[in-house]
Write a protein that binds this ligand. Structure first.
Ligand SMILES: NC(=O)c1ccc[n+]([C@@H]2O[C@H](COP(=O)([O-])OP(=O)(O)OC[C@H]3O[C@@H](n4cnc5c(N)ncnc54)[C@H](OP(=O)(O)O)[C@@H]3O)[C@@H](O)[C@H]2O)c1
Length: 307
């Protein structure tokens, strides 16, 4: 099968579509024929070598954390899913990859909502799991005002909608060009950067930092303390008393096991897409994600499509 790999750390130029043996699911896993898969910032941080110390890899490495497709093999002990089912899900976090390929092994999955295209489903799983996990940690519920730092990106755009579905009011930071987009998702937009507290229209109960832009001190002050602040991207979290939530590498937290099934049942949930690329054009997809200013998710469409 075809798989997106890199044989050495480096720029997007090191990406190769290689022919490798098809994988088969182990206990508790399923295999899908991939229709579309995601590109997340973790993918290019793994590829560049930025995560080398945190998450050592054996090269060549097959990239891709999330994918959607049709179930074609089922591992021992798996119940509730059948060959032929359409699902979206995540590859093993121990392997930290495997989704950008013709066939992928999933360890976490949920039913693909009929309203989502394959590309939307292919880019949804990681951001959905992350959002549900953090909204649960922050205990976001009806009546809360949640500030999301970096709300227009892949995680943020999903977190905005899932927090709104819980009945929360959401304030989302983004560059000015993304304010209309955020308002369309149901958030009150505000520009990020120093002096954020002065641009807010009232108190905030909790903060979800999706940006990791060095703003934690100000975010803690806005929340009135670190207890209801969670970051997924700022490794200095502990210095501010802020919980850093991640599911890969040392200190990883458990995934939210039912997040994908819960999200699939949220009416009207959308997966904004920043770009759709062919697997062969993955370098362009990585370069787009590496700008750090994408609106929604970058995905790789499988070609030829699986029937
Ligand atoms: N720990 C975990 O479990 C976990 C899971 C998923 C992702 N992550 C990490 O979380 C981060 C976000 O992931 P993502 O997929 O959402 O990234 P993304 O899709 O690339 O989005 C990045 C967003 O950050 C915004 N941004 C850029 N500069 C900013 C600044 N100075 N202040 C506030 N926002 C800023 C951008 O908004 P504008 O375009 O409007 O500038 C953009 O929407 C990445 O570092 C990723 O590695 C962690």
């Amino acid at each position: 099968m075809r798989a997106l790999q890199f044989f050495e750390y480096g720029s997007a130029d090191v990406l190769r579509v290689a022919e490798i043996p098809e994988p088969h699911p182990g206990p508790g896993e399923i295999r899908i024929a991939v229709r579309s898969s995601g590109v997340t910032p973790a993918d290019w941080k793994l590829r560049s070598g930025a995560f080398q110390q945190l998450i050592p890899l054996t090269l060549p490495h097959t990239l891709g954390i999330d994918a959607a497709g049709v179930v074609d093999e089922i591992g021992d002990g798996v119940t509730g899913v059948a060959v032929g089912d359409e699902v979206y899900g995540m590859a093993s976090l121990e392997r930290m990859g495997g989704a950008n390929a013709d066939f992928a092994i999933l360890t976490l999955w949920g039913p693909k909502p009929a309203a989502w295209s394959w590309d939307e489903a292919g880019g949804a799983a990681g951001n959905t799991e992350t959002s549900v996990r953090v909204l649960d940690l922050l205990a976001i519920g009806s009546g809360d005002t949640l500030l999301i730092e970096g709300a227009a990106g892949g995680v943020g755009s999903m977190a905005v909608q899932l927090a709104r579905a819980r009945g929360a009011r959401v304030i989302g930071t983004a560059s000015a060009g993304n304010h209309e987009f955020l308002a369309g998702l149901g958030a009150t937009p505000v520009t990020y950067g120093p002096g954020l507290a002065g641009r807010l229209d009232g108190p905030v109960d909790a903060v979800f930092d999706c940006a990791g832009s060095g703003s934690l001190a100000e975010l803690v002050a806005i929340a009135g303390g670190p207890a209801r602040v969670v970051t997924i991207a700022d490794f200095t979290g502990a210095e501010h008393g802020v919980r850093m939530s991640r599911t890969g590498g040392p200190g990883a937290e458990p995934q939210s096991r039912d997040a994908l099934t819960i999200a699939a049942a949220v009416p009207g949930l959308t997966v904004p897409l920043a770009g759709v690329f062919a697997l062969e054009d993955a370098a362009g997809a990585h370069r787009l994600s590496e700008t750090g200013h994408v609106r929604g998710k970058v995905v790789l469409r499988s070609s030829p499509p699986v029937s």
